[in-house]
Ligand binder design. Structure first.
Ligand SMILES: Cc1ncc(C[n+]2csc(CCOP(=O)(O)OP(=O)(O)O)c2C)c(N)n1
Ligand SMILES: CC(=O)[C@@H](O)[C@H](O)COP(=O)(O)O
Ligand SMILES: [Mg+2]
Length: 635
């Protein structure tokens, strides 16, 4: 049977190991070809091919439910559940999503994108199953990185307290998060993986059994059971933590040995209560370049399969915002030993790996633990350090209460740097940085700012570092800057709460925020072609808002447009409208931003066009809103 003929994972039932190995090869080929063409997550999925096949052969997917943590590693799952023929549309507009989505496929039992949710969701389904008197297996597949997330431990604490609730947790341990995994949990897993008794049993037992007549090469399930039993006898410490927490621990299991995986899962399914199967895999398995550079091949833009090199873009791009941010932060940290950069397992994405390399004592990676990162930063601030919490906008959502409760109520000077704020593109709705303007500006004591380009970002980094009288946050987008000249040092800090006028005009006031300032200027030029002259303000701060600058101009001009790359609900436009109302400046306001919808995966350009955020669309919206006559002429 060829992979392309599989539309239901139950078609794996009854296949021989050899047939499964053939399908594994086909999955890897399809996975590599597709990601090389479309970009996406490469290493994670290559590492779970046998795990997926072995697990799915032991389940009835018409009944049983498998919940994948994060979902970035679930491309084999997608290829086995009817998406082979569409897989070439991966992460493209209206194509196959890069993560699981309940609305995409009946085997995607729980959506994800953010880590550490799978055990909670699977336990919820298991408890519902028991309440309804139904019979299905609930299985969570979670990586060693995701296991460092607090939610996962909360769920383990709960599940371990339910000895009669059948739940299987498959731990995919490849020693990697995006970067090498960090913390005591991965260290413990490492000890289990490498414990001499386990290695002795594994290496020698198989060898001994092979010489028993009629056993030969293949390790029958019975032999697996004996091996598993001896491991548990000989090395009671292996898995002790999980066992003490109420789980039956099984493993460590070779995550690329189908026989071992199948036999172990078959055993696991017979055990009452919560079970954890510890599977040891290699991230990027089967593609040598990805095995050797597991960080670099976690995710890829389109690349050449033979050389492994990214397909170069047609023209040189300006530096990425993340690179400008981290370069500036490192420069400042070299002069200020109180600066401590904190990442939650996103060292390469945020660029903090540069700080780690240059000033390791001023760098902290807490693992996938954003809540802990924020309150850790609060603790550092209490002791006079200058903590910089560099956390993607979407992932910082995990720490909303810590920002309020531990930082803002105590008015502690933590500097939040939110990368990937705004539209991120192919990662889709779970990763869009849509809500940070709204979720930060509503918190007392928090200063909220955004640069118009990478040069202003450098000034905002120094502004944030220097601002120690309250918490302060700065958002900036995924991707590249505008190619404006950058300074190497000596950046002039900005005055908190002050914006700037970029253009004068009497017909309409356009107030842009962050990434929407340049489009505001471009829209003003288009309006000028229609005889409409706009004043354009770069607000720089949404809190405190520069009311001294904005309100008199709004009153004088009489028409206001606001622009933001974020949710309109409670966002920047709302802040301006509220300020106008509170000052009894009763003028019409047209807010342009992201409406109350989820922005699906697509290229950022496709999303901007779909949302009416291109400069031409902005100009048309302004004409329609305030200049109907000219708008009619445009048609
Ligand atoms: C809450 C949250 N923080 C950060 C991320 C970014 N992220 C995506 S995958 C990943 C590493 C996951 O490691 P692991 O669970 O071990 O899976 P592997 O990539 O090793 O297969 C991280 C940190 C995320 N998805 N969710
Ligand atoms: C799966 C996950 O959450 C991360 O790998 C994310 O896809 C990274 O996004 P960037 O590519 O923007 O760093
Ligand atoms: Mg991992």
């Amino acid at each position: 049977m060829h992979l392309s003929e599989i539309t239901h994972p139950n078609q794996l039932h009854g296949l021989s190991i050899r047939q499964l190995q053939q399908i594994a090869r086909q999955i890897r080929d399809k996975h590599l070809q597709t990601v090389a063409a479309t970009g996406g997550h490469l290493g994670p999925g290559l590492g779970v091919v046998e795990l997926t096949l072995g697990l799915y052969q032991t389940l009835d997917l018409d009944r049983d439910k498998v919940i994948w943590d994060v979902g970035h590693q679930a491309y084999p799952h997608k290829l086995l559940t009817g998406r082979y023929s569409d897989f070439h549309t991966l992460r493209q507009k209206d194509g196959v999503a890069g993560y699981l989505k309940r609305c995409e496929n009946k085997f995607d039992h729980f959506g994800a994108g953010h880590a550490s949710t799978s055990i909670s969701a699977a336990l919820g389904m298991a408890l519902a199953r028991d309440l309804k008197g139904e019979k299905f297996k609930a299985v969570a597949v979670i990586g060693d990185g995701a296991l460092t997330g607090g939610m996962a431990l909360e769920a383990i604490n709960h599940a371990g307290h339910l000895p009669k609730t059948n739940l299987l947790v498959v731990l995919n341990d490849n020693e990697m998060s995006i970067s090498p995994n960090v913390g005591a949990i991965p260290r413990y897993l490492n000890k289990m993986r490498l414990s001499p008794p386990v290695q002795f049993i594994k290496d020698n037992l198989e060898e001994q059994f092979k010489h028993i007549p009629f056993v030969g090469e293949s390790l029958s399930p019975e032999l697996e059971r004996i091996k598993e039993g001896m491991k548990r006898l000989a090395v009671p410490k292996v898995g002790a933590v999980f066992e003490e927490l109420g789980f039956t621990y099984m493993g460590p299991v070779d995550g690329h040995n189908l026989e071992e995986l199948i036999a172990t899962f078959q055993q696991a399914h017979q055990i009452i209560g919560p079970v954890l199967v510890h599977v040891v895999t290699t991230k990027g398995k089967g593609y040598e370049l990805a095995e050797k550079d597991q960080v670099g091949y976690h995710a890829q833009t389109p690349f050449n399969l033979t050389t492994g090199k990214a397909i170069p873009s047609s023209k040189p791009k300006p530096p990425a915002y993340a690179k400008v941010f981290s370069h500036t932060l490192v420069k400042l940290a070299e002069q200020n030993p109180k600066i401590v950069g904190i990442t939650a397992a996103m060292a390469t994405g945020t660029g903090l790996d540069k700080l780690q390399a240059k000033l390791p004592n001023q760098y902290i990676d807490v693992g996938i633990a954003e809540q802990h990162a924020v309150t850790l930063a609060a603790g550092l601030a209490c002791e006079g350090m200058r903590p910089v919490a560099a956390i993607y906008s979407t992932f910082l959502q995990r720490a909303f209460d810590q920002i309020i409760h531990d930082v803002c109520i105590q008015n502690l000077p933590v500097f939040f740097c939110l990368d990937r704020a705004g539209i991120v593109g192919a990662d889709g709705p779970t990763h869009q940085g849509m809500y940070d303007i709204a979720y930060l500006r509503c918190i007392p004591n928090m200063v909220v700012m955004a640069p118009k380009d990478e040069a202003e970002l450098q000034r905002m980094v120094v502004t944030g570092i220097n601002h120690t009288s309250s918490p302060i946050s700065m958002r900036f987008p995924r991707g590249n800057g505008h190619g404006v000249p950058l300074m190497e040092e000596g950046w002039e800090p900005l005055e908190i709460g002050k914006g700037e006028i970029l253009r004068q005009g009497d017909d309409v006031l356009i107030v842009g925020y962050g990434t929407m300032v340049y489009p505001s200027m471009q829209a003003a030029e288009i309006l000028s072609e229609h005889g409409i002259e706009a004043t354009v303000i770069n607000a720089r701060f949404v809190k405190p808002l520069d009311t001294e600058l904005i309100l008199p101009l709004a009153k004088q001009i009489g028409r206001v447009v606001t622009l933001e790359e974020g949710c309109l609900m409670g966002g920047f436009g709302s802040a301006v409208a509220e300020a106008l109302m509170d000052a009894d400046v009763l003028v019409p306001v047209k807010r342009i931003g992201v409406p109350d919808i989820l922005v699906d995966h697509a290229t950022p350009e496709e999303s901007y066009a779909a949302l009416g955020l291109t400069s031409r669309q902005i100009a048309e919206t302004v004409l329609q809103a305030f200049f109907k006559k000219q708008a009619a002429a445009v048609v």
